[in-house]
Write a protein that binds this ligand. Structure first.
Ligand code: NAD
Length: 448
């Protein structure tokens, strides 16, 4: 859907009204285009005393071909600010944040990026550091609301042993690929990198990988399929038989395979497993994207609409994943990715079934990420906010407009924004990213 208010707010009369009436002013967000540099400008790096990353941080960014500066030069502008806060050991040391950021925030360019790196609070050795590290969340979420002009701020917690695995996450959070991700916390646990996880061609990080995307014929699923294909993966799209023609059109264009099946069907897990085994000897990336809404307040809820919504989003993905794992079809270094929603975090009036289903997706990720780690499989979810797809066209105008504006970007996201987050999880360099549910919601006011 197009955002007519955004276009109006950028014409001369609209600009005047927006400024004088204090109306929302949605900036045009930069999005990454194939062939463009990941970060179009310099990233300034700073660190709190005693931080552990040191030179490793600059080397990681250099390996990603990101230009860095270690010292602020008056008059210079920065596309990104990265602060290593891993050394902050008590509340008083938190002042290091303002020492670094306050003098340079005015030098952050439009659609700039702020990334703070901390130590996982539960992995710290003293109470003081655990508390101070936890405090970073409040800082980042608040700064994310202050930066404006399409800029974002996010926090990355690094566990012991994961310091070498920051590359793909920084590439995502510092580039326009994370245009609609702000105020988020990403956790990198102990890494279980395997040899196959090394990226050989940065332009095609998923070369040689097979990706299954459910609900791929349209909306977010189609964007995910296209984006994973852009990154080199062979796509297997899945959708209901009624959308078979649309699905085939897409997968033929991408040169991949397709499965037409209702994922709630009794034999769906076996059929999917057989198709992947017979045609691809297994799968590397499984994206459980299919989902529906059947909104009604609980007092009017039909039993079948409760069960269908919950089964499509959480029951079927559980059964399909279990079957693929049982048959050993998810390769080592594999990825299982769920699609939750901010409704699963914050809840939503008229969506008790959907909120339950989407919170269940988070439970699925938390549970499976622990069990699958031994096989080198990482498990994460995205929780989209208001994304411009067919799904949101049916929302009444007033509620739709509120959903679109009530976030730090004052606009809805695009399917590509969710797809880029999926591609980051799928990246072979993201093995240490597991058990996360990252919101792609422009820091929506709904929920945490
Ligand atoms: P969409 O309706 O455009 O696409 C959903 C796809 O899932 C469709 O192609 C549909 O046919 C498929 N599907 C539904 N039931 C199925 C079944 N039983 N078996 C196989 N395929 C099935 O919706 P979308 O907006 O692209 O949403 C994609 C996912 O993102 C969903 O899980 C949705 O809940 C979630 N989400 C969307 C938004 C948003 O703003 N659009 C926000 C939060 C979460």
């Amino acid at each position: 859907m197009s955002d007519r208010y955004q276009s109006l707010a950028h014409n001369p009369i609209g600009k005047f009204l927006v400024k004088n009436l204090g109306l929302p002013n949605p900036p045009y967000l930069e999005r990454w285009e194939e062939g463009a540099p990941l970060v179009n400008g310099t990233v300034l790096i700073g660190a709190a005393k005693g931080s552990v990353l040191g030179k490793k941080l600059a080397d990681t960014l250099k390996a990603s071909r990101i230009v860095t500066a270690a010292k602020n030069v008056e008059g210079d502008k920065y596309k990104g600010l990265v602060f290593d806060a891993t050394g902050i050991g008590n509340a008083a040391d938190l002042v290091a944040i303002t020492k670094f950021f306050t003098p340079v925030l005015r030098s952050l360019r439009v659609c700039g990026r702020v990334v703070v790196i901390g130590t996982l609070p539960e992995a710290t050795t003293t109470d003081g550091s655990s508390i101070a590290q936890r405090a970073l969340e409040g800082f980042v979420r608040s700064l994310a609301k202050e930066v404006g002009r399409g800029s974002s701020a996010n926090l990355v917690y690094v566990g012991k042993g994961a310091e070498e695995s920051l590359g793909s996450t920084l590439e995502f959070l510092l580039s326009p690929k994370s245009a609609y991700v702000s105020g988020q916390v990403v956790r990198l646990g102990a890494t279980h990198l395997v040899a196959a996880d090394k990226v050989t061609d940065p332009a095609k990080p998923l070369a040689g990988k097979v990706a299954l995307v459910t609900g791929a014929s349209r909306g977010l699923g189609a964007a995910m399929a296209r984006t994973l294909h852009r990154d080199g993966a062979t796509i297997v799209g899945l959708d209901v038989p009624q959308l078979g023609a649309d699905l085939t059109k897409l997968t033929e264009e991408l040169g991949g395979g397709s499965i037409t099946v209702d994922i709630t069907g009794k034999d769906a897990p076996q059929r999917i497993a057989k198709y992947l085994k017979d045609n691809y000897q297994g799968v590397d990336i499984v994206v459980h994207n299919a989902g529906i809404t059947r909104d009604k307040r609980l007092m009017n809820m039909k039993r079948e609409n409760w069960s269908l919504v919950v089964d499509i989003s959480v029951g079927a993905p559980q059964r399909i994943t279990a079957e693929l794992l049982k048959q050993g079809l998810i390769h080592k270094g594999g990825r299982v990715i769920g699609v939750s929603s901010i409704a699963g975090i914050a809840g939503n009036n008229g969506q008790t079934n959907y909120g339950t289903a989407k919170a269940g997706v988070i439970g699925f990720v938390n549970d499976l990420s622990k069990r699958a780690a031994a096989d080198g499989i990482s498990v994460n979810a995205v929780a989209p906010g208001f994304i411009e797809t067919d799904m949101v066209k049916t929302i009444p105008l007033g509620i739709r407009e509120a959903g679109r504006r009530m976030n730090s970007m004052s606009q809805g996201g695009l399917p590509i924004d969710v797809a880029e987050a999926i591609a980051w999880y799928a990246n072979p360099g993201s093995s240490a990213v597991s058990g996360n549910t990252v919101r792609v919601c422009g820091q929506s006011l709904l929920g945490a």
